[in-house]
Every structure is written in C-alpha cells, then in structure tokens.
Design a protein around this ligand. Structure first.
Ligand code: KG4
Ligand code: ZN
Length: 337
C-alpha cells in the first residue's frame, strides 16, 4: 500500500511516498531556513505562505522521483497536530483536496508520534521502548508501548531543548538554526571553560522533567559568573559548555526513566537527535540499546508521517474532510512508572 505523506507543521515543506509503512519510495524536503534566517527563528506568517507556494511543486517532484502516477497513491496521510496552525492548515487542506480528488482514504497523523516512528523506516523497532523526542518545539521523555501509545514521563517546564539552542545562538549572533551552529562550534571548543548550574527539579512528579530557562539565562546574562578562572574562553568554548549542560540535563532524566522502568531500549527523534555530543554520550552507555534515525529522518520529514499513517489506516482509522488542526500536543496520558 503506497501512502503519500505530507508534512508542513513548521518550516519544512515535505512530501513522501512510503510503501507498507517501511519503504521510502521517494521523499522531497524543501527547507525554508534561508527565509527565516534573517529573523533567527521561524516566522509563522512566512512559513505558511511558503508552504502555500511550494506544496504543489513539492508534491509533483515527489511523484516524479518515485516514478509514480496519481492513481498509484492508495491513501493520503497528513501531519495535523501539533505545530504552527497556519502552516498545518496548508498541508491539511492540500491533503483533503487530494484525497477527495483521488477518492482515497485520508488520515491525520500526530507529528510527535511520527518523530518516534521515524527510526522504524530504517530499523525494526521493538516495543516497549523509552522515547526521547528533542526538537525546536518539544522535549519529551516517554514510554512507547506501540507506535500509537505514548505515556509521557517527563517534559520541559519552559523552553524546548532545540529552542534553547536557537535562543542562545540568536543572542550571540552565531546564526540559525542554533543547534546546527552550536554543534559545529562546540566541536572546536572546550566544555570545561564554563560550569553552568543544573535546575533543581527532581522530585515527585517532576522526576523526569527538565527546565532550560535557567541555563539560557545563565549563558546569556550571567556568563562571566560561571567561567572557570583558568580559561580565557572563546565563543567555541561557550558553545561547548552550553551544549554539554543542555544535553547532560536531558540524558540524566532519560537514565532515570531507564532505571525506573527497566526498559533499556531507547529511540531518539526530532531535530536535536542530530546532535553529535548527544549521540556520543548515549553511545558510551553500553547498557542502553539506542536507536537514532539518520539525520534526514531526525528533522521534520513526510516519510515519518506516511509511515505512521499506514499503521493507523491498517488498524482501521480514517478521517473525514472535516479533519482539523491542533497547535498543541493533545490526547496523551502523563504518568509515572
Ligand atoms: O524536529 P525539528 O526539525 O523541528 C521541530 O519540530 O521543531 O527540530 C528543529 C530543532 C531546532 O531547534 C534546531 O536548532 C535543532 O532542532 N537542531 C539541533 C541540531 N540540528 C538541529 N540541535 C542540536 N544539535 C544539532 N545538530
Ligand atoms: Zn518536528
């Protein structure tokens, strides 16, 4: 079954065709980064307009790349939550028009669950596993019992992990997206130059939660206070020290979840999953079985939407032409193991 997936929740306009939830027949990801770069962040108004302009050509290029005709599409899956409403509406409207014209089933897909499904396009995932989703908008540690069932264990109480990278880079004028720039700079820096404070959220229901606003404030407003006096610090050193603090914080919570649940399989997803320090730190924990999608499947992409869409359709789910969008994460239990 060939599912056509559409992703337009943020600043990537992507269309893919995936066979039977596993095999990517074609995928196009048109990045809007250069249009948001001057503002050091995604401007929702620009994002939705670019999606409107690009969605049809991106769809046509994808079909061409797959060497498929319209009638070879068996169903249409679209990312409809969470994300920027104006951007989601473009993908959802296009998906509805296509499903209606082709007389094929339509299915709305949760973008968060799709990030945690992305690895399945390359590796057979075994459930249950601990999911670690780190992106520009979300920071989630969860237990996954199937590709549909997510129990949120921990999250951020303020900024998302990628957002903290973006804000720190924006403050210093290092460039956009901040995570990519900081990752690159940190490779040349020394993380011992600064020692940033860890938030003290660690009890009861906050056992797996993180907070990035304190770290961000420390880096941006109180930098000198945390410098190791033995160092004459460079921007690369600031980047390396910040990156280590940001990643160590979330890895600490993840290890807690692994220990408490006894589940040692970990699947990572989202843009920050491309971070080289994170990959190195998790690889060094030999008690963990960690799965990282390849970098292209970490960031926003339509293949993960088509893949999870197939699984939803296979269990009988369908959406009507009244399918709506939702800006926020909805419908998941928060619980404690
Ligand atoms: O998943 P994604 O493409 O879009 C959202 O759904 O948000 O994630 C984008 C985020 C941005 O905040 C970006 O700075 C961050 O992922 N990012 C990284 C790296 N590559 C992208 N953060 C740290 N290290 C990286 N290598
Ligand atoms: Zn995403």
């Amino acid at each position: 079954m060939n599912v056509l997936g559409i992703e337009s929740s943020c600043d990537e306009c992507s269309v893919a065709v995936v066979a039977d939830g596993r095999t990517i027949l074609a995928q196009r990801i048109a990045s809007q980064v250069e249009f948001h770069q001057p503002y050091n962040g995604v401007v929702p108004e620009i994002a939705s307009r670019k999606h409107t302009e690009w969605i049809l050509p991106v769809y046509r290029e994808t079909l061409k790349q797959a060497n498929l005709q319209r009638h070879n599409i068996d169903a249409v899956a679209v990312s409809n939550r969470p994300g920027l409403s104006g951007s989601l509406v473009v993908g959802v409207s296009f998906a509805k028009a296509l499903a209606f014209a082709l007389q094929r089933p339509l299915i709305g897909v949760d973008h968060i669950l799709a990030h945690l499904y992305a690895a399945q396009l390359e590796t057979e995932l075994v459930y249950p596993f601990i999911g670690l989703l780190l992106s520009g908008g979300h920071t989630i540690i969860c237990r996954m019992d199937s590709c549909f069932e997510m129990q949120i264990l921990g999250t951020t109480i303020d900024d998302a992990c990628g957002e903290a990278f973006d804000k720190v880079a924006k403050f210093f004028g290092w460039g956009y997206p901040g995570g990519v720039v900081i990752d690159r700079m940190a490779a040349k820096g020394d993380h011992r130059a600064y020692r940033f404070p860890e938030p003290s959220l660690h009890k009861g229901e906050h056992r797996y939660d993180v907070s990035y606003s304190g770290l961000k404030t420390a880096v941006v407003n109180q930098l000198e206070q945390f410098r190791n006096p033995a160092y004459v610090a460079t921007p690369d050193d600031i980047a390396a020290s910040f990156q280590k603090a940001a990643i160590d914080m979330i890895v600490g919570r993840l290890l807690r979840a692994v220990e408490d649940t006894g589940i040692t399989r970990v699947v990572v997803g989202g843009g920050v999953a491309a971070n080289s320090y994170l990959r190195g730190v998790l690889a060094a924990h030999s008690q963990l079985e960690v799965v990282f999608p390849s970098p292209l499947l970490c960031t926003d992409n339509a293949a993960m939407i088509a893949g999870l869409g197939f699984q939803l359709l296979r269990r009988g789910d369908r959406d009507g032409l009244d399918l709506d969008v939702a800006a926020r994460v909805t419908g998941f239990r928060r619980g404690y193991p």
